[in-house]
Each structure stands twice: as structure tokens, then as C-alpha cells.
Write a protein that binds this ligand. Structure first.
Ligand code: SF4
Length: 96
């Protein structure tokens, strides 16, 4: 169903005939760690994620698994290491 709250007109699986079914009944803006991600988009003067309604929650337990601007790897000790992807690498893959 198409969004009737923040991303008006955008198809969304969370929208129902009774309104947005997500917590708080609307999407939440991106967080600082989302900066540089290709999945961001502007609605009503604020930046939101195209893929997830609450970006802060995607970063609570490490790196966002939808992020296009970082690469998460696990080192020998089991620690998650986050590397920013270089713009040239992303461009080579056909993304900006
Ligand atoms: S995909 Fe992840 S990193 Fe990118 S905007 Fe959405 S929540 Fe932020």
C-alpha cells in the first residue's frame, strides 16, 4: 500500500488501511552513521532511509547490513571492523 504519512505515494509494506503499522506510526530520519549511504532520500525536508523505517535501530548492534558506504568484516578475535568504501570502488560497481 502507498505511504500516507512521511513518504507519501511510495509503496510500503508497513502501510495498512488503518495507517502506518510501524512503531510510532511513521518512519524515522537517518542517523549520522548513515551519511554517505546510497539508500538515503529526502522527504519533507528531512533525510530518510529508502529501505528501513528506523535507521538508528539498524546501527544498534554493529553495522547496518543494508549500508552501501561501508564494508563490515570480522577479524580473528571476532570483532566487527567497519571500513568505509571508497567512492571509486562504488562507482566501478555501477553505484554512486
Ligand atoms: S541502509 Fe542502513 S546505512 Fe543506509 S540509510 Fe538505511 S539505515 Fe542508514
Amino acid at each position: 500500500m502507498k505511504c500516507m504519512t512521511i513518504k507519501k505515494g511510495v509503496e510500503c509494506a508497513l502501510m495498512t488501511s488503518e495507517g502506518c503499522s510501524y512503531l510510532g506510526a511513521h518512519c524515522h530520519p537517518v542517523v549520522e552513521k548513515c551519511e554517505g549511504c546510497d539508500r538515503t532520500t529526502e522527504f519533507q525536508g528531512k533525510i530518510y532511509c529508502k529501505s528501513y523505517p528506523e535507521p538508528a535501530a539498524k546501527w544498534e548492534r554493529g553495522a547496518c547490513n543494508f549500508a552501501t558506504h561501508i564494508q563490515a568484516t570480522v577479524d580473528k578475535t571476532g570483532k566487527v571492523k567497519i571500513n568505509p568504501l571508497k567512492a571509486s570502488k562504488r562507482a566501478a560497481r555501477g553505484r554512486r
